[in-house]
Write a protein that binds this ligand. Structure first.
Ligand code: SF4
Ligand code: URA
Length: 250
């Protein structure tokens, strides 16, 4: 094939792509024709173009390297694994919890213990999957009551304000890279840190707030739901508001 034939084919392909885009099919086209590998776990990219997407994955990987090597606060000395976050770099929803617990510290993944299983159920009830949203924490390393013994169960504690402010810039970078449409803060630690308030969860949850220009919905932490299942209905009300904002039916 000579150069002009080659250019003609590229032009035809570009026209076809822009026609699909006019029909709102740009995700399908970019997934299937241009870059099939970018979409993990069968997830469709969510309303972001492919260049942003590639960049976002790369940027998250670079940030992850920094966190793995971080010792900006004392938690860095006692953790087994830093827990960066998981999910899609193109997520529309970002869930932000408090900090890794025993199991997360051991495996380096967020929300994989009992509270994590409940969070997974909530995400699935919203017609998403763990891979299509993003899950992170306000601190990336396990806050322990007895930091001498990471093998102890029930050794968790909330992060201190100092630990949270040391780690907060990493979360801000994650938010900037992913640029979600909604942030859902789980529990008082992340909610209060992001909204810079001491207000009670009962007052804060259920209404949209804003963080760096992004809608933020505070709701109860799944661990609180395990202790008090009556709170489940409140969380579901809050998640229905998030779904409505994203144009999803409950
Ligand atoms: Fe660094 Fe955050 Fe871990 Fe502290 S909690 S050592 S700031 S990554
Ligand atoms: N609780 C959290 O807040 N985050 C986790 O990753 C696990 C449990």
């Amino acid at each position: 094939m000579n150069q002009s034939e080659y250019l003609k084919i590229i032009k035809l392909a570009k026209t076809a792509v822009s026609e699909y885009r006019n029909w709102g099919e740009d995700e399908i086209v970019t997934e299937q024709i241009i870059q099939p590998k970018i979409v993990k776990g069968g997830q469709k990219m969510q309303s972001k173009n492919i260049e942003q997407a590639k960049n976002a994955e790369q940027q998250l990987n670079e940030l992850k390297e920094k966190i793995i090597n971080c010792s900006k606060c004392p938690l860095g000395k006692t953790r087994l694994n830093a827990v960066f976050g998981s999910g899609s770099a193109y997520a529309d929803i970002m869930f932000v919890g408090e900090g890794p617990g025993y199991q997360e510290d051991h495996e380096g993944q967020p929300f994989i213990g009992r509270a994590g299983n409940l969070l997974t159920k909530i995400i699935e009830a919203m017609h998403y999957t763990r891979d299509s949203v993003y899950i992170a924490n306000i601190v990336k390393c396990h806050p322990m009551q007895n930091p001498e013994n990471p093998e102890l169960r029930s050794n968790d504690r909330p992060p201190t304000p100092q630990e949270m402010s040391a780690c907060h810039p990493y979360l801000d970078e994650q938010i900037k890279i992913i640029n979600p449409k909604v942030i859902v803060t789980l529990g008082a630690s992340s909610t209060r840190a992001l909204l810079k308030t001491e207000e009670l969860m009962g007052k804060l949850r259920g209404n949209f707030h804003e963080y760096n220009g992004i809608k933020l919905m505070p709701t109860y932490h799944p661990a609180a739901l395990l202790r008090n299942p009556n709170l489940k209905k409140d969380v579901w009300q809050d998640m229905k508001k998030v779904m409505a904002l994203l144009g999803k039916k409950a």
